[in-house]
Design a protein around this ligand. Structure first.
Ligand code: 5GP
Ligand code: ZN
Length: 202
């Protein structure tokens, strides 16, 4: 089934080319997202059979497992930051790790537990819909650092539809684009030219 598409990476990491599987160890596989929603988009896949079919909220309520996953996610984040530095150069006062997001979707579509580790730009031909964009730029995207979630965290019962359909907002300048994905994407192309040269002045 298409929703089980991440399974083979976990069971047979060595059967994939290095363009698909970045690296693996006994407990984790680092892969490239096949439909990247940013210039660099990777996934961290835990291999623990007792966790891989759990919802992230449940899997990451185990603090020992959360700690291990955070440790690996930090390593993958550093790799992604290295790639950004290779692409756009070492820049005075720039920490490329600050341009990398690490987290999960409140309602994942793929069955195997995975953590997204991606650059913030959202510039990609594969990013086509309002839902695609909002799934990485609203509270639907939950940073790994926010786990474990409190018992009463409202994202445990996310108003998913609402978050994914909410008004499009540029992640960099906050400008609103209503539901106009085409206009947002043109704007993100312009922001990209600035972003790759200049850290956000905040
Ligand atoms: P989710 O919405 O479940 O958090 O995201 C699943 C991610 O898996 C998506 O970003 C999607 O592009 C990616 N994906 C779906 N199928 C495959 C696949 O077969 N291989 C790889 N490498 N990524 C996939
Ligand atoms: Zn903007």
């Amino acid at each position: 089934a298409p929703r089980d598409g991440l399974g083979p990476y976990i069971s047979h990491p060595t059967s994939f080319p290095p363009t698909a599987v970045i690296t693996h160890n006994e407990n984790f596989v680092y892969i490239r997202d096949m439909y990247p929603k940013s210039i660099i988009h990777t996934l961290l896949l835990p291999r623990d059979q007792s966790k891989t079919k759990l919802h992230p909220f449940d899997a990451f309520s185990n603090l020992e497992f959360l700690r291990k996953t955070m440790y690996e996610a930090k390593k993958l984040k550093a790799l992604v930051a290295e790639e950004l530095k290779r692409l756009f150069g070492e820049q005075e006062g720039r920490d490329w790790e600050q341009e990398v997001k690490v987290g999960v979707h409140a309602a994942p579509s793929m069955n195997h537990l995975h953590v997204h580790v991606l650059s913030r730009d959202c510039v990609s031909e594969r990013l086509k819909t309002v839902k695609h964009y909002n799934s990485f730029n609203t509270p639907f995207f939950i940073e790994l650092d926010e786990f474990p979630l409190a018992e009463d965290d409202e994202r445990r019962n996310p108003t998913r539809g609402a978050l994914l359909k909410q008004e499009l907002q540029c992640w960099r300048c906050g400008k609103s684009f209503k539901n106009q994905i085409k206009q947002l994407k043109e704007h993100l192309d312009e922001e990209f030219e600035e972003w790759k040269k200049t850290p956000k002045v905040s």
